[in-house]
Design a protein around this ligand. Sequence first.
Ligand code: H76
Length: 491
Amino acid sequence: MKKTILTTLLIGLASLAVNAQSSLTKTDTIPLKYGAHRTGNRTDAEMERWRSYGLGQFIHWGVYAIPGGQWQGKTYGGAAEWIRSWSKSSAPENWTSIYDNLYKQFNPVNFDAKAWARQAKQMGAKYVIFTTKHHDGFCLWPSKYTNYTIKNSPYKKDIVKEVVDAYNAEGIDVYLYFSIIDWNHKGYRSAAPKTADEIASYETFKKFTRNQLIELVKNYPTLRGLWFDGTWDQAWTKEAAYVDALDKELRKLSPGIIIGSRFRPDDYGKRGQDSNGNLIGDYEQGWERKLPASIEVTKGRDWDCVMTIPPNQWGYNADWKSSYIKTDYDLIQMLLHSVSLNGNLVINFGPDGKGAIRTEEGAIATGIGQWMQQNSEAIYGAKYAGLPKPEYGYYTLKGDKLYLTVFNRPVNNQLRLAIPQSYKKSLQKAALLVGNQSLEIKKTNIGIDRDSNTYFDVTLPANLTIDKPFVVVFDLGESNGNNKNYGDAKT
Ligand code: H76
């Protein structure tokens, strides 16, 4: 039995990612042909670019936007983009066939890719993930490999192209969402094929999937990555060799492309991380609508969190009355939470059947954008600071600047920061990010000296009137022993 203790902890300023293997004890390694391609994070420029985004936009759009979660007075109840799978007993009569013909009405007269892109830019999104095809199989690009595409709708034009061009024109990177599940393809199945006929039929689906992916990568050469979904079927998870070869092929066709952890299964059908616990793909895609509670649970991996504004609705749902809708404040807090732990937050929008982004989403985008306009320095390119989470909000770090985004302002206007004595940097200067007003820092001895922290008090201006989160910037210097408590008596 070979035991390796990997104790690499990289919180240096050059490589800000904490190594995935930090302080893990690895025991037996299972031999895998199709496991992780590497054990640490990617270090190339494309991935560095991905890491610096902070904020992204997700868009779920397709024919499911027409019913918007309901049909003829009946409510589906599940996630609106899943409405095709409305169960027979509660669904309108002939529901599947109604749904499969909806594309004949897909004519989004209000769709304006440039307006979407402008709004995303104004919100501060650095990248967009756009649904080319969801589980229903309807393609928003004119795929050569099926008739179930935008080309055969009244709209006709290539929506993927319009989106790619418009977002690129705003300087926003484009990633394409692609569902492996395809309820429209005859060869698609969920259970692993067993009989010769089933296997032959599934082969047609595999070929089709490969063709479509190659088509997307070739059609839209500026794409930066693929965001896979619907890869959990047993039929797919048993195809490790096929998917591995396809992954390599796509990477060859599109050098630098970024593909998350939801594409390839390993030899044993494990997804996300392989049977040895190593991440498959370029970043962790498992934080869907969830945020890691600490840096430890991220295992030092790159990750994104895709977040819905309502509880779990991705495609347009007409009914936003029945549940809690996140506010721009909630989402800004999630953004800080994400960036403070080395993740990107991707906020989902679900345009309606006519192509309009609902006014509530527009207002949220505006609110976030106004905040980003003033405070994005604490977000873009910022990383985990190597410090425990402060009770007032979140730390992010960029170069020699430490940002504290304050959500919980103390009533006495004193931010008392507990800095571990082991921290390699010292806090030199403090100022409000907006307006650059400098703030006094005082070392504070409050008698708690057994917890290995040094306490610093930063006084906020009493006349600071602000009802939004705000940022305090610290200039960091080399630690000169400053963090140690002084004057401790011998006992
Ligand atoms: C389940 C599921 C899918 N994954 C999310 C990202 C949405 O696309 C949802 O429909």
